[in-house]
Design a protein around this ligand. Sequence first.
Ligand SMILES: *[C@@H]1O[C@H](CO)[C@@H](O)[C@H](O)[C@H]1NC(C)=O
Ligand SMILES: *[C@@H]1O[C@H](CO)[C@@H](O)[C@H](O)[C@H]1NC(C)=O
Ligand SMILES: *[C@@H]1O[C@H](CO)[C@@H](O)[C@H](O)[C@H]1NC(C)=O
Ligand SMILES: *[C@@H]1O[C@H](CO)[C@@H](O)[C@H](O)[C@H]1NC(C)=O
Ligand SMILES: *[C@@H]1O[C@H](CO)[C@@H](O)[C@H](O)[C@H]1NC(C)=O
Ligand SMILES: *[C@@H]1O[C@H](CO)[C@@H](O)[C@H](O)[C@H]1NC(C)=O
Length: 500
Amino acid sequence: MRAGVLQRGLDGAAVTGALALCLGCLHVIALKSQLLTGLGGSSDSAEAPVSYETFYFDQKIDHFGFLEDGTFKQRYLVAHKHWQQPGGPVLFYTGNEGDITWFCNNTGFMWETAEELGAMLVFAEHRYYGESLPFGQDSYSDSKHLNYLTSEQALADFAVLIQNLKSTLPGAQHSPVIAVGGSYGGMLAAWFRMKYPNIVIGALAASAPIWQFTGIVPCGDFYKIVTQDYARSGYNCDANIRKSWKAINNVSSTVSGLQWLSQEFSLCIPLKNKSDAVGFKNWLQETWVNLAMVDYPYEANFLQPLPRWPITVVCKHLAYDPGVSDYQLLHGVSQAAKVYYNFTGTSSCLNTSQTATGSLGLLGWFYQACTEMVMPMCTDGVQDMFEPEEWNFKAFADECSAMFGVRPRADWAGAVYGGKDIASHSNIIFSNGGLDPWSSGGVTSNITDSLVSIVIPDGAHHLDLRYRNDYDPPSVRAARALEVMYFRKWIKQAKRPPQT
Ligand SMILES: *[C@@H]1O[C@H](CO)[C@@H](O)[C@H](O)[C@H]1NC(C)=O
Ligand SMILES: *[C@@H]1O[C@H](CO)[C@@H](O)[C@H](O)[C@H]1NC(C)=O
Ligand SMILES: *[C@@H]1O[C@H](CO)[C@@H](O)[C@H](O)[C@H]1NC(C)=O
Ligand SMILES: *[C@@H]1O[C@H](CO)[C@@H](O)[C@H](O)[C@H]1NC(C)=O
Ligand SMILES: *[C@@H]1O[C@H](CO)[C@@H](O)[C@H](O)[C@H]1NC(C)=O
Ligand SMILES: *[C@@H]1O[C@H](CO)[C@@H](O)[C@H](O)[C@H]1NC(C)=O
């Protein structure tokens, strides 16, 4: 999320630039597009539909104070088909910012591993998302109601839920529990093990940028990785995208140019003026970023239905020599954008406000970004292919204040979760895709024997958590095998009687 973007509010194209950087907005957007197109969650896999039971747990609204005594219904899903009781392991998905059934459907790795390990699966919904709304329809009404939307409260929900399951589910009392999550859910899985080592024996944190916070990693790394993805995927691809922003400025400086652009890109709503053109550029930038996150080796429908290796397909339209004219270049850009928005050939026009919405999921993540999850991002136009934009905390904070009446605390995440000083923790796997821009804030080298990093060079955003596929590169197969190996090791350790 960038400064200068939130400001314009949630309606209209201008806000789309913010979504690009919203870590798991990804998921919410995906969920939305599936609902809109009527495609099911795991429609891109050949797997049988997943089967689970849905439950609701009375969860405290506030775990950390005693004034607010209310409870809400937290949704969680359970699948115990393969569970070996008593004492079989539990794989526990630490839900992130969206409907938990969507994460459940899209985390094929857990379903495949349940069978291997004789494990029960539990998917717990994050408070304020999906059906788990602390104050029902009023949950988002103002900052007073939003006050209990924090990662700390969410982790406490998970801890209390697991304790309750262990004491009430026959055969679960001695079951070792392993946390699993991807993206923000991966951050939660890692933090869960750090904060509640008594509750979970280990964690798999997939594509979890736990270091994407103030002063920990350079703000430009994210966009550098996006740019590298394009640079490796076709002739002059990154250079031509870098050039396209000026070409848009040139062409959009006249009314006829704006008309031409609107027609060339088949925009649902034509561009009228300079500020529309700025929103248009934000939307394009978001498109390139989304593609970097979902540059999967096979046809998939995670955010949008896409061909295999979509960036390579996009770059075929951008392989111009340096002398290309503005109009020709932008023709290529429009063809490239349509790979993302019209792969199935069913879209009648491109909607530059497609991802801008007031839906709860997005709003919730905005709020989290405006409080604890401050992730500085910047571009310089040299090491990345975007227009230069500095990170401006003050402007960002002002936007948050205007939008939610709260101000972000830039250093809080680092203080509460340890920043780089996490070596005293244990049993966490950090997996990262080399193509995934979020690996910029991930743990990409081993910290100790039991804080292990797995790098999947050909992997995009948590490829390892997805269902197996014939096109999976060897690196992701190896990663999954290693992950299961660690799971087994932790389970064995947990079964050993305590030393006295
Ligand atoms: C998840 O899968 C179930 C069963 O296959 C389906 O009913 C549900 O709609 C899916 N959820 C989402 C968000 O795709
Ligand atoms: C934009 O216009 C300027 C001034 O006419 C020109 O020098 C430049 O080549 C054009 N295109 C780009 C991509 O900069
Ligand atoms: C630009 O046009 C849009 C409609 O397309 C309008 O909402 C907006 O106010 C205009 N902005 C300026 C600065 O004229
Ligand atoms: C999408 O593709 C179909 C089939 O090629 C085409 O008829 C349609 O015009 C395209 N839509 C847009 C917005 O370009
Ligand atoms: C564009 O998308 C927005 C947000 O999803 C939606 O409200 C609007 O109706 C869409 N416009 C068109 C012309 O499809
Ligand atoms: C971390 O250690 C494991 C086990 O030795 C190894 O497989 C893995 O490649 C190492 N990770 C990195 C990023 O070097």
